[in-house]
Ligand binder design. Structure first.
Ligand code: CU
Length: 314
């Protein structure tokens, strides 16, 4: 049992949001490109002279937000959201952004403590990156926790899909959880989307009774606020904008504004299909059924045969 635990801790588990862990480096190169089980993928990088180098290409793409509903999107590396950038506190990181959009762009590292000329604001801290040009950002990861990155060129570019999760793993004291999901909320030209998809195309999230499930909520907007509600009782709010709260706060609905990030932890107590959704009717339902900001947790019994704390209908 102890050996199994050690092996699991070193190797990690790849499927369905289960966290990879390693005492040496929480971000294993072998994990690059990994499907994180929530409709997002981990960013790939290479290490050059001790610097983690990421390549991002912004370009138009056709993006199917739900079956038959194809929108004209702008995407980093062809996916909405862009790849999840997960780095460690203290990492020196470099991002080479290629602009293959038909218009200028720039990239802002939202929530990061970094040099002013790396802040990504066109016309203020850097020139606009013209179509066909590239720009290189480099900084040291100081700000820990859940943040995000996005185009700072017109809210319209952000709304079309130019955003992604930016997760800085602290050297000490990360939020402990068995699974690690993110739900990035969009409400622009792609419609109401969780991780670039509208229900029923949102990826079902897996969990087991008794697990601590971390959910990173990111308000990418660019226009609206969303009261995010999780069925089945309550969850704990443990961090806002990457900063841990002194005490977790129990709640069942959390208002997520544009630009905000929240980390919540949920421990399912009952098996079943549990919704997480925006509670504004027009953002999550139509008269023909659910659509938009809706995802489903499929909660299974505990893996190791423990009795259920609460049975369905109990
Ligand atoms: Cu909403």
């Amino acid at each position: 049992m102890v050996l199994l635990f050690v092996l699991t801790a070193l190797v990690g588990v790849t499927a369905s949001g289960v966290i990879r862990q390693s005492t040496a480096d929480p971000v294993l190169p072998a994990a690059a490109g990994e499907d994180l089980g929530d409709g997002t993928r981990l960013a790939q990088y290479e290490v050059v002279n001790g610097v983690k180098v990421f390549r991002l290409r912004a370009a138009p793409t056709s993006w199917e937000v739900s079956p038959g509903n194809v929108r004209q999107a702008f995407a980093y590396n062809g996916i909405v959201p862009g790849p999840v950038i997960r780095i460690n506190e203290g990492d020196q990181v470099r991002f080479i952004l290629q602009n293959d959009l038909p218009e200028p762009t720039a990239l802002h590292w939202h929530g990061m403590d970094l040099p002013n000329d790396q802040d990504g604001v066109p016309g203020l801290t850097q020139p606009e990156i013209e179509p066909g040009q590239s720009f290189t950002y480099e900084w040291k990861a100081i700000s820990t926790g859940t943040h995000w990155y996005h185009s700072h060129m017109h809210g319209d570019q952000e709304g079309k899909g130019l955003y992604g999760s930016l997760e800085v793993v602290p050297r000490l004291g990360d939020i402990t959880a068995a699974r690690d999901y993110r739900l990035i909320i969009g409400d622009g030209p792609l419609g109401f989307v969780f991780n670039g998809k509208s229900f029923p195309a949102t990826v079902p999230l897996r969990a087991r009774v008794g697990e601590r499930v971390r959910i990173r909520l990111i308000g990418a907007g660019p226009e609206m606020i969303h009261p995010i509600h999780l069925h089945s009782g309550h969850f704990e709010l443990v961090a806002q904008d990457g900063k841990r709260l002194p005490l977790p706060q129990q709640m069942d609905t959390l208002l997520v504004g544009v630009g905000q990030t929240y980390d919540i932890v949920w421990t399912p107590t009952r098996v079943g299909k549990w919704m997480i959704h925006c509670h504004i009717f027009s953002h999550a339902e139509t008269h023909h059924g659910m659509a938009g900001l809706v995802s489903i947790f499929n909660v299974d019994p505990p893996a190791i045969g423990l009795p259920l704390p609460l049975q369905q209908g109990g």
